[in-house]
Design a protein around this ligand. Structure first.
Ligand SMILES: Nc1ncnc2c1ncn2[C@@H]1O[C@H](COP(=O)(O)OP(=O)(O)OP(=O)(O)O)[C@@H](O)[C@H]1O
Length: 308
């Protein structure tokens, strides 16, 4: 296992009264070599705190963790790790190229290697044209790209990216997606966080859903979204709304232009409903299974707390 987190806990104390904030209450998951793993949850779920512990920036109050089978603060693990913090702070007067070069030298890379990697990375993140501009003149999206290049300068085996798509427009988000896929193709392991569920669905092999400092579920998208009775949408024509509402086993009925949309809780009653539609003089236009997505899983998992 490339990365392992077991029962991590972290509490902060804030303000004059030292009020307790339980940022991470009990977090366990593992990231396997070569996969794209997403840590998903709303703002404040504890994602950044978890990543900071895993990169050795802060210490957990309890729990254990390892990278490459070694303690996270081991110098050997650092060399194989690339990290993009959530709000990277860079010296504003440096240019993008100087920033990347600086991080390359921190890793002890040779000048010629840094030079070659900087060329490749600036091209890859779409900053080649702006490489000699100071970072203070960069937009949020450009800074994020510079941060990505910085995280990759040592050609790391494991890349930890905290909200890599934040601040990017749809095109920028797609670029980051492509970059993550490219890293995987080159045998790298990518562990990233996001609160944008579709971005995660688009790239992850496995995800951990996080809420209020705990991991609720871990698995492949198929494992998290499949295996449950899926709803079915049936579009019909030739019946009026009153007749459609009289059909048995229907959850909801809506007019949809010339058609009427029926939602069935699962497939069990589908045959009977279709037969009933025809018996009443209507016809079926289409039948579409409603696949559960990550958002549905997340809302289902957290609904109880959101209401209370
Ligand atoms: N250094 C700190 N001191 C005090 N409280 C903190 C600190 N860091 C995080 N917290 C609190 O811990 C909780 C979890 O924060 P964290 O940043 O880990 O969440 P997140 O899931 O990354 O969300 P976001 O995307 O908004 O950063 C929040 O309530 C946050 O206010």
């Amino acid at each position: 296992m490339l990365l392992k987190a077991q029962n991590l806990q972290k509490t902060f104390r804030i303000g004059f009264w030292r009020k307790k904030v339980e940022a991470v209450r009990d977090v366990s998951f593992e990231v396997r070599r070569g996969e794209i793993f997403g840590l998903v949850g709303p703002n404040g779920a504890g994602k950044t705190t978890t990543m900071k512990m895993l990169t050795g920036l802060i210490r957990p109050d309890a729990g254990s963790m390892s990278l490459f089978g070694e303690p996270v603060d081991h110098v050997r693990t650092r060399a194989k790790l690339g990290y993009l913090p959530e709000n990277p702070y860079f010296y504003d007067h440096l240019t993008a190229r100087e920033l990347i070069t600086y991080y390359g030298s921190l890793h002890g890379l040779k000048r010629s290697v840094i030079h070659k990697r900087a060329d490749e990375l600036l091209e890859q993140v779409g900053l080649a044209h702006a490489q000699n501009r100071p970072l203070r003149k960069f937009s949020k999206g450009m800074r994020q790209r510079a941060g990505l290049a910085q995280a990759l300068i040592n050609d790391p085996e494991l890349v930890i990216l905290d909200e890599p798509q934040s601040g990017l427009d749809p095109m920028g988000r797609k670029d980051v997606r492509d970059l993550i896929f490219d890293l995987k193709r080159r045998g790298k392991t990518v562990f990233f966080s996001s609160h944008i569920l579709p971005d995660v669905e688009a790239v992850c092999d496995r995800v951990a859903l996080m809420h209020l400092g705990t991991v609720r579920e871990v698995g492949t998208l198929q494992e998290l979204t499949g295996g449950r009775a899926a709803a079915v949408e049936v579009l019909i024509r030739g019946l009026d709304l009153t007749k459609a509402k009289s059909l048995s086993d229907i959850d909801t009925v809506d007019a949809r232009g010339d058609l009427i949309a029926l939602e069935l809780g699962d497939e069990a009653a589908l045959q009977a409903t279709i037969a009933e539609v025809y018996r009443l003089g209507g016809a079926v236009h289409s039948v579409t299974p409603q696949k559960e997505d990550l958002e549905d899983v997340f809302l289902r998992d957290t609904r109880a707390e959101n209401i209370s």
